[in-house]
Write a protein that binds this ligand. Structure first.
Ligand code: PLP
Length: 431
């Protein structure tokens, strides 16, 4: 069939042909978005760097929070390669030592009391497992937070509080309420109306919500309200966990032990997609009675388990949690200084928790413009899925001094570009 690249043996790397294949065989909308960003085709990654088919290099401080270890960390690659050569996918009939090791390694770094793991392939599946655990434990009402993001499968989407994502898919799960993030009193009021019936799902810092950092003590107050009213507490650390906030978990930073903790993104060491629902023995126990009640074919696949072990080992051995804290303390104030110097007339706030950093503009068009300018200047960042006002940086904790210098230099150039492209703000400020 002429022009059908699927018949070729080698992957096509020519930007135009890849986009044509996307339009023909995947999503024309996705192809359109990529075109706006220069039509690049990514073919290689290492540490904090991404290389395109044409040999352009980008500093990757985006990746939606996946790359705490950087790309292809040698420890993760070693573990995955070993498993690939031995036994990548299991029969699911016998037990698998790779899964046992991954679960033990993961629970060696989770908060006290979280001892039992269900592995899955994506963050949204980890949320689904938590919702089902809640129901099995008699909690049929779900409470999540305004601005919260928990994924897009039907159960998780019921918790993801964004109208644009929910509207086309209603009806979603019944008995879901959203309360303002950061307001423990509002949560306690809702829980007080449903004693013993609710399950609360909350992020320690909202990532896709636009790097929203709650007041100190918030998570502790949420824990106290859940305990008082018999609610189950699920802390969604798919984005914030594994060192992202400069602590192993946002829960640790507040000294909180949830009933269920969710992990994903960085859990596969930026080599394989994998997620986990980690529960207390008491909450998980209902699944012990019927181990086939909640399963999926690729849950705990040996190759993914090797990636989990590699990720935990890499983070632990390289001290990436401490490095994330130190790097975050260096990056956020400098980015703040650059924004204040180069965009003095643009209402904008820079804030960060560890290596989860947000640059919030009053005007979403300015956020989009900075995001585009960063790409033009060789830096990959993200806009936030639940807040288009916020450009988000989630850099690897493995960044070197020269990576950091590159980031500052290119961020400054991008800020200058934005200021030049938006002179109307200067006029408004002068008026
Ligand atoms: N939970 C949180 C806090 C997230 O940030 C995300 C994704 O951004 C998810 C869940 C969903 O994860 P996934 O996109 O892997 O399904």
């Amino acid at each position: 069939m002429p022009g059908n690249t699927a018949l070729d043996n080698t992957p096509v790397t020519d930007g135009g042909r890849v986009a044509a294949a996307y339009r023909r065989s995947m999503s024309s909308g996705r192809a359109r978005l990529a075109e706006v960003l220069g039509g690049h085709v990514e073919v290689e990654s290492s540490g904090a760097w991404l290389t395109t088919a044409e040999g352009h290099r980008f500093l990757n401080v985006g990746g939606y929070g996946v790359f705490i270890t950087g790309a292809r960390h040698p420890t993760v690659v070693r573990e995955v390669e070993r498993q690939l050569r031995a036994h990548p996918i299991g029969t699911r009939i016998f037990l698998d030592p790779a899964a046992a090791r991954a679960a033990e390694l993961l629970t060696s770094v989770t908060p006290p009391g979280l001892e039992r793991v269900h592995f899955s392939g994506s963050g949204t599946e980890a949320v689904e497992a938590a919702i089902k655990l809640a129901r099995l434990n008699g909690r049929h009402r779900l409470v999540s937070m305004t601005g919260g993001y928990h994924g897009k499968t039907m159960g998780a989407l019921s918790l993801t509080a964004r109208e644009t994502f929910q509207r086309p898919f209603r009806p979603l799960l019944p008995d879901v309420e959203h309360v303002p993030f950061g307001d423990a009193a509002a949560l306690a009021e809702v829980l007080g109306r449903h004693p013993g019936e609710a399950c609360v799902v909350v992020e320690p810092v909202q990532g896709e919500g636009g790097v929203v950092i709650p007041p100190p003590g918030y998570l502790r107050a949420v824990r106290a309200a859940c305990t008082e009213h018999g609610a189950l507490l699920v802390v969604d650390e798919v984005q914030t966990g594994l060192g992202r906030l400069g602590a192993w978990w946002g829960c640790d930073a507040e000294g909180v032990s949830p009933d269920v903790l969710l992990s994903g993104k960085a859990l596969g060491g930026a080599v394989l997609p994998v997620a986990a629902t980690v529960a207390t023995q008491e909450v998980f126990g209902v699944l012990d009675r019927d181990p086939i009640l909640h399963t999926s074919t690729f849950s705990a696949a040996p190759i993914a388990m090797a990636a989990v072990s590699g990720a935990v080992l890499a983070i632990r051995e390289d001290g990436l949690v401490e490095r994330a804290a130190a790097l975050g303390a260096r990056l956020t104030p400098e980015l703040e200084r650059i924004v204040a110097a180069r965009l003095p007339h643009h209402p904008c706030e820079v804030r960060g928790a560890g290596l989860l950093i947000g640059i919030e503009f009053a005007d979403p068009a300015m956020a989009a413009d900075l995001f585009m300018a960063l790409v033009t200047h060789g830096v990959i960042a993200n806009l936030s899925l639940n807040s288009d006002h916020v450009v988000r940086l989630t850099p690897p904790a493995t960044m070197t001094d020269s990576d950091v210098a590159f980031l500052f230099e290119r961020f400054e150039r991008a800020a200058v570009t934005v200021a030049e492209r938006n002179p109307e703000y200067e006029v408004l400020a002068d008026a």
